[in-house]
Design a protein around this ligand. Structure first.
Ligand SMILES: *Cc1c(COP(=O)(O)O)cnc(C)c1O
Length: 463
């Protein structure tokens, strides 16, 4: 970035501060459709609208901070995934990205299946009417009580994560007089994050059973020997926010190799493989995610090719996108508070939320975009860091971004692509009240998860 392209703002800097930013965008008012949900646009007054409703009205009715979820976009993404994979594959939405009863109903209506990984997620799914046979139960440390409930409810599959769990689930299923459908989660020695993957990742992690050293083959042997279990396949999940399909390529190849070994040893061809989730989304304009149909084609080509080479019947494929469905469908709306220009560095813009509603920046060094949304502005771009109101200097929402230099307290700004892992990871740090999730569709907005109140805090605090 040249000196002349340097942001104006509060008269900074002969030297640019360190950061991930590139040059300011040509037009700060433009909304990159890659990072905003599909019905987002600006109205004639320049205010951002979603589902036909302007943010000022949303802020007035629901307060800030708040998450606004574009329901028709969510449903469209569900359909796009289901259509891309077709009737011969299964799409499981990973509920941990964001789960509520409304979301469960949308998934049920749009024909998706659901991954849960705790008793709480299972309760939410069942309560909202997701048929149990469409639920997969995950987790590296499911409690006996959770397994009891899952088996009792009749979940479609339990993904076994350890040798001890193979025995636990088998016993519980036998006590219930059923054969529980299960998959075994294997670690294939592939680790994928964003643009890189490591094909020889070590097995030093808590999830799954290693292919290396014959561990997974031994797990299969045990599962096949137990009456309470109906082993339907092998599961692999390699990472998160992945753009490069090469990691899936290696993982699919290794899983298919295992299926071939199983056939050779036991004379059975397991009918399913699950390739997990982890597909990336655009948090900033620099990210270029693939469309579901491209992903479906790539995965099915890889599996078909590997199976042909191993002379196996092609198994039914399942995938588990969480972020790729819900992530792009929501933004967080904040009101600007204190603005603090730091000479020669950047301007700190404080908002009325922070790490309690979006921990990802602090936890993973995640990158986000931000825009002034209550109005447009022709002012110069200024380099900002959007920070929260918590007592922690790592309380950063957007590390490096540009906002107009005339930004003022009371303006509304929005951070797009916060549908995944924001509300679901929200905390009460500093006794913050976790924000509501408001679903917006066709000119109507309704709360699907209400804002926490101070009474909620006091109710838990039984003194
Ligand atoms: C977290 C997780 C997912 C979803 O990951 P995304 O990055 O949200 O797509 C899918 N499967 C398993 C087993 C997971 O742990």
């Amino acid at each position: 970035m040249s000196r002349s392209a340097h942001p104006a703002g509060p008269r900074h800097a002969d030297v640019l501060p360190e950061g991930h930013y590139s040059a300011p965008p040509a037009d700060l008012n433009a909304l990159d459709e890659k990072v905003w949900s599909r019905t987002v646009t600006r109205d004639a007054d320049g205010a951002l609208t979603v589902g036909g409703i302007a943010v000022a009205r949303l802020a007035e009715e629901f307060g800030t901070p708040a998450y606004f979820l574009d329901e028709s976009d969510f449903r469209a993404r569900c359909r796009a995934w289901a259509d891309a994979f077709g009737p011969d594959a299964d799409v499981f939405y990973a509920g941990k990205a964001f789960l509520s009863r409304a979301v469960v109903r949308w998934l049920t209506e749009e024909g998706l299946n659901l991954d849960v990984c705790s008793g709480g997620e299972l309760t939410t799914a069942l309560d909202a009417g997701m048929p149990a046979e469409r639920i997969a139960f995950h987790g590296n440390n499911k409690t006996v009580a959770e397994i009891e409930r899952a088996v009792g409810a009749g979940v479609g599959r339990i993904v076994l994560d350890s040798f001890q769990e193979i025995v636990r689930v088998a016993h519980i299923a036998q006590r219930h007089g059923i054969r529980q459908r299960v998959q075994i989660r294997v670690t294939v020695g592939v680790e994928a994050h964003t643009h890189e993957f490591i094909a020889t990742a070590h097995e030093d992690q808590k999830f799954g059973i290693a292919l290396a050293g014959g561990q997974a083959a031994e797990a299969v042997r045990r599962a096949l020997s137990l009456d309470g279990l109906d082993l339907i396949g092998v599961h692999s999940h390699i990472g998160s926010q992945i753009f490069d399909m090469a990691g899936f390529e290696v993982s699919a190849r290794r899983v298919v190799q295992l299926l071939a070994e199983i056939r050779d040893e036991h004379g059975v061809e397991l009918p399913e493989i699950d390739l997990g989730g982890g597909l990336g989304i655009a948090y900033t304009s620099d990210d270029d995610p693939r469309e579901p149909h491209e992903i479906a084609k790539a995965l099915s080509d890889i599996v078909t090719r590997e199976c042909e080479a191993a002379k196996l019947r092609t198994p039914r494929i399942s995938v588990e996108p969480g972020r790729a469905i819900v992530g792009p469908t929501a933004f967080t709306l904040y009101e600007v508070g204190t603005i603090k220009p730091l000479e020669g560095l950047r301007t700190y813009v404080s908002v009325d939320g922070g790490m309690s509603d979006n921990i990802r920046t602090a936890l993973y060094d995640a990158e986000y975009s931000v825009a002034l949304v209550s109005r447009t502005s022709d002012a110069e771009p200024m380099l900002v860091r959007v920070v929260g109101k918590h007592c922690e200097s790592g309380d950063i929402v957007v590390k490096d971004a540009f906002l107009p230099a005339d930004l003022a307290p009371g303006d509304l700004i929005a951070v797009p692509a916060t549908g995944a892992y924001c509300r679901s990871m929200a905390s009460n740090y500093n006794h913050a009240l976790r924000p509501p999730v408001v679903a917006v569709r066709d000119g109507e907005a309704r709360v699907i998860v209400r804002r926490e109140t101070e009474e909620d805090l006091l109710r838990l605090d039984v003194g």
